[in-house]
Design a binder for this molecule. Sequence first.
Ligand code: XMP
Length: 544
Amino acid sequence: MASNVEQPEAPHKNFDTILVLDFGSQYTHLITRRLREINVLAELLPCTTKLADLPFKPKGIILSGGPYSVYEKDAPHVDPAFFELPNTPVLGVCYGLQELAWRLSPENVVAGTEREYGQADVTAQRHGGHVDKLFDGLEDAMQVYMSHGDRLSQLPEGFCTIATTTNSPYAGIAHKEKNIYGIQFHPEVTHTPKGKDLLRNFAVKICGAKQNWSMSNFCDQEIARIRNLIGPTAQVIGAVSGGVDSTVGAKLLKNAIGDRFHAVLIDNGVMRHNECQQVKETLAKHLGISLTVVDASERFLGALKGVEDSEKKRKIIGGLFIDLFEEEAIRIEKEAENTPNAGKVEWFLQGTLYPDVIESISFKGPSATIKTHHNVGGLPQRMIDGQGLKLIEPLRELFKDEVRALGRELGIHEDLIMRHPFPGPGIAIRIIGEVTPERVRIARQADHIYVSMIREAGLYNKISQAYAGLDTNKAVGVMGDKRYEGYIIILRAVVTTDFMTAEPYPFSMEFLCELSRRIVNEVEGISLVTYNVTSKPPGTIELQ
Ligand code: XMP
């Protein structure tokens, strides 16, 4: 991450924060999610974070699960200073439990020979006093999800057992005097149905965190923070595509600094049917944002001529996008020279979300699963360095559903909030092979019919992403009793929560047949329509 990214300090000043130290479990981010769902701000940091470097004082600390054994040579360990923080309860989850028991004495933990996965039934053990707080209000018998290798061999000194299973006498432990708790199971996953209540007990009843994290509270504070940060004269530019992230970011900036925020949409010639015009009108009408559309379609289509490889297409589109954005930044500054808005373009709005931040801060390093091509639309280092631009990332603390809630708070129309994601390289990566104006026309028209029919059938919000793509090959068809060759359309519609895995949407055969009939009849040049039923993995959402 660039050094001139403005780190937000505000949330921790205004909201009690539970610190989640990540030991690398695939579920860690869910702990953060669950706490935020109960309106408690939670922040995830790598387990290697030193207390001395922590930029805020947490209300409580959760040590996450992880794939390691505490006995492994490279096993990560927490800074022991965290246990000494006054009035700061600690909850160890799975590996976190073993870590805290192992710190007290290595004899407390035995290395497991194999991992224990799956559902288990725990029974809460009540003693009277503060140790009961974690299971407060919960039934004695509770279904939970286990996934662990090491296990406790004995009760650490000063602790008592607060939960057991038939296999594990130490499924939950609590210190008899201090607010230190540990559980062997994962409360953050949905396979532990009462897990959220348990996390609420920890955050609210044990740590005393206020449940005030909400987008209505965040909204006003964030606008004030942005205004303060940017000051009275600086200008900000941002690429606005009409997607929910860029729209919410733009509206925050507009509310904070008015016309000193410049929203720009670069028409790369591979946008959807009427898209640029519609986004411009919607932003002006509903949000009072004047969007500058830079029509560069000829430049893009010219550069894409003869290019078949999808990664090359991405690079060409990304590179040109940057060139055009640089030109636009210079133009904005010049135009503002003799107006009340005169001021340097100092900032660039970027729609980074919390999952991107989590991926990049993991102690294991940036996740290998992030595709660099997903960053098309972000500002390159060369532009930040060259023009001294600073990044402003008002959404970097938020998950996607929080961005949507914030959008509603800002009065953004539901159609924009629930809009399916659209890739930066647009239709170009939905056309297999060369991108010609003719092939863009065919894909675009078919896509328009498809998505309109999905909307009319009331299915749009049940589907996460849908589009019509185009194959390179042609198929033989019959039209007016004559043989002709036309293109093959590949329809895609998926349901997903995180876009990392996805399932095809189960349209009825009747709906698919009607789609095919309309597309073949209404779009010149198509002879065959197919529906892609591949899950992700092994497929991907886009065709390329
Ligand atoms: P895949 O195809 O990797 O897509 O399953 C997952 C999500 O990422 C989007 N996607 C992109 N977004 N530039 C983008 O801005 C890209 O090059 C790109 N490729 C894929 C895709 O639309 C889906 O939401």
